[in-house]
Design a protein around this ligand. Structure first.
Ligand code: S3P
Length: 432
């Protein structure tokens, strides 16, 4: 894909698709509940289809029509042995959550993925599951993995890596385990799984002590279906928010955006940089916080962000880095080690590609430094994405500001935002 410089501002109301994290959970949790769930505004992207097809493969009846997906739940223990291996493409969320869920089922299953997913660490989820008596074989810590379903033991598990995927995989394992399991989280991570499990009447308790969150699940209680309205994805909206902030005369409005406080770091960071963003019509849907977001072109300041905010916005550093290139002072973003194990080594690709765009930046240990300038001279206009959707979309925004960039392997955008090009061009962008 080629991203070209825009001359006028970006104006309009882009439609942001359903939240990816909530969409995965909107398939997984209804599939193991009792009853029928209707889901509105689910994200129809490759990652989510991998989760959906996995459950079809395990005998769950799923109806799709234009507006809705309808899931006929099979209960906690009635999934069928999958007909084939379960291929999860690029989706880390599917891999970690399904590993937890399948560990307690009655059959053997095999999870596989694409090249990027097959190089991402899986021991972070399999090791705590082994402590619960799971029987799982990884390929040197990676996919493919073979899960031999087992009766799990309830226990107390500490999670020290900040990761909602690990937490959610363990919660799904605990749901089908007799007795009280406790999952102790030492870092904040997105809490969509807990919110949805509460709505589905799971026997779940949450306690916060100092900086720890202790989630207790009394297993083997059947879940009750509830209909779900999936809000729009803040992570996807952030490409539009930054595009408007850095391009003169821009004014965008996006509706129904999820601003769950466990993942709103990008908004806090941009506000700290002086962004003109308004939050309108604040409300709750299915216990998730939602609002409409209005954003205007702004003169941004650089900022220093500590590791504590990284947990609230880990997916947004590629696009935040683009924003930092157009601020009036340097930025330092600290504590980004988790960026190295995402869909690509994002820390490396952010600096490689910013340097190609002529930006002065560096990584020291796990901290990223960006020194902005008034004028950038592109050294090499090929943007290496390693098939990472967020790198592709972030550098599309960079191109809208500095001039022609050739975003390689940009099909990856379909993993989370198939309508990105159409929506970006609708408001005045120049992607082809
Ligand atoms: C996700 C959690 C995050 C995030 C990913 C989606 C989820 O990963 O990066 O895009 O849906 O639970 P980690 O939990 O591994 O940080």
């Amino acid at each position: 894909m080629i991203s070209n410089k825009i001359t006028n501002g970006l104006i309009g109301n882009p439609i942001i698709p359903g939240d990816k994290s909530i969409s995965h959970r909107s398939i997984i949790i209804p599939s193991i509940s009792n009853g029928i769930t209707e889901i509105n505004n689910i994200l129809k992207s490759e990652d989510v289809y991998h989760t959906l097809n996995a459950f079809k493969n395990m005998g769950v009846e799923i109806e799709e029509n234009k507006d809705k997906v309808i899931i006929f739940g099979k209960g906690l223990t009635s999934l069928n042995k999958p007909q084939t291996e379960i291929y999860l493409g690029n989706s880390g969320t599917s891999a970690r959550l399904l590993t937890g869920l399948l560990a307690s089922q009655k059959f053997v299953s095999k999870l596989t993925g694409d090249k990027s997913l097959s190089s991402r660490p899986m021991r972070r989820i399999t090791e705590p599951l082994l402590k619960m008596n799971a029987s799982i074989e990884t390929s040197n810590g990676n996919l493919p993995i073979i899960i031999k379903g087992n009766k799990l033991n309830n226990t107390i598990i500490d999670i020290t890596i900040p990761s909602a995927q690990i937490k959610s995989g363990l919660l799904l394992a605990a749901l089908n385990t007799h007795g009280l399991s406790k999952i102790v989280e030492h870092n904040i991570s997105r809490d969509h799984t807990e919110i949805m499990l509460e709505a589905f009447d799971a026997d779940i308790g949450i306690e916060k002590i100092d900086n720890k969150k202790i989630i207790s699940i009394n297993g083997k209680k059947e879940l009750k279906s509830v209909n779900i309205d999936v809000p729009s994805d803040l992570s996807s909206s952030s490409f539009f928010i930054v595009a408007a902030l850095v391009n003169k005369n821009s004014h965008l409005k996006m509706s129904n955006i999820n601003v769950n406080p466990t993942r709103n770091g990008i908004l806090l960071a941009l506000k700290k940089m002086g962004a003109k963003i308004n939050f309108l019509n604040k409300r709750q849907i299915n216990k998730e916080e939602i609002c409409d977001i209005e954003v205007f072109y702004s003169n941004l300041n650089g900022c220093e962000l500590g590791p504590e905010i990284a947990k609230l916005m880990i997916d947004e550093y590629p696009i935040l880095s683009v924003a930092a290139c157009f601020a009036n002072s340097p930025s330092i973003f600290r504590g980004l080690s988790e960026l190295r194990v995402k869909e690509s080594d994002r820390l490396k690709l952010i600096t490689t590609n910013l340097e190609r765009c002529g930006v002065n930046c560096k990584v020291e240990e796990d901290d990223l430094y960006i020194y902005p300038s008034d004028q950038y001279e592109i050294n090499n206009n090929s943007i290496q994405t390693d098939y990472d959707h967020r790198i592709a979309m972030a550098f599309s925004v960079m191109g809208s500001k500095i001039g022609e960039l050739n975003i390689l392997d940009s099909d990856s955008i379909n993993t989370s935002f198939p309508s990105f090009i159409e929506e970006f061009n609708k408001i005045g962008g120049k992607l082809s």
